[in-house]
Write a protein that binds this ligand. Structure first.
Ligand code: PRP
Length: 208
């Protein structure tokens, strides 16, 4: 079976809809259960529901042949995988944000709270700005509100989380979207199956 790593959560349902659209449905996934592995015997595929940030790990090690991961996770972790397709959804921006009215003191080291230390380091290195990274795992917005950091580097989708916490974007770093990725060995050994999925997804994308 072809193993496909799907991200759980908000991106996951969009990915599932996309695969169902090209005939790789598996309605059991939509049921209210706690199962993590689902099979579609007709198409010879097995879905693995994993944490979004773990998709690249499953694919890099070959536990999954292909998967869907955000460009943010790919840039942050630089996995040794092939990036096959920009799926054109899961769109958001990686941004620097700060409390409304924040003024940067350029004489001081900038304290940056983020889930994406590598993206943040590379960004500020390109600007020659000295920073201290404070690595967090979620609810990053609280950091500058409690003086844990000066700014945050984080994903902004609708902007609601920033707005409701009295923060605003001060710099946009890069656009993000969902990508189809493949294990390097699987790309050779299962080229036909993977190629079929890629071309169906490309056709679907052109139709949408
Ligand atoms: C992400 C991100 C922001 C929020 C942005 O967090 O870290 O907090 O979404 O979305 P918005 O612009 O549409 O409001 P996520 O929901 O992944 O939760 P987390 O804070 O636990 O990482």
């Amino acid at each position: 079976m072809l193993n496909i790593a799907l991200p759980k959560g908000r991106l996951g349902m969009k990915v599932y809809d996309m695969l169902a659209d090209i005939g790789y449905e598996c309605p059991e996934i939509l049921e209210d259960n706690r199962k993590l592995i689902f099979e579609n015997k007709k198409n010879n595929v097995r879905y693995l529901l994993v944490k979004p940030s773990d998709v690249t790990i499953y694919v890099e090690y070959g536990a999954a042949d292909i998967g869907v991961a955000g460009k943010d996770i790919i840039l942050e972790t630089m996995p040794d995988v092939y990036e096959l397709l920009d799926l054109g959804f899961g769109k958001c921006r990686m941004c620097v944000a700060a409390p409304v009215g924040y003024r940067e003191d350029t004489d001081r080291v900038l304290r940056v709270a983020t889930k994406f230390p590598n993206i943040a380091k590379n960004y500020y290195m390109s600007k020659n700005r000295e920073i201290e990274i404070i690595k967090l795992y979620g609810s990053i917005e609280i950091a500058p509100l409690t003086s844990l950091s000066d700014v945050i580097v984080d994903i902004v989708e609708t902007g609601t989380t920033l707005k409701e916490n009295n923060l605003e974007v001060i710099e946009s770093i890069l656009p993000i979207s969902a990508r189809l990725i493949a294990n390097k060995a699987s790309s050779n050994f299962r080229a036909d199956e993977i190629g079929r999925i890629v071309s169906m997804l490309k056709n679907r994308k052109n139709e949408v």
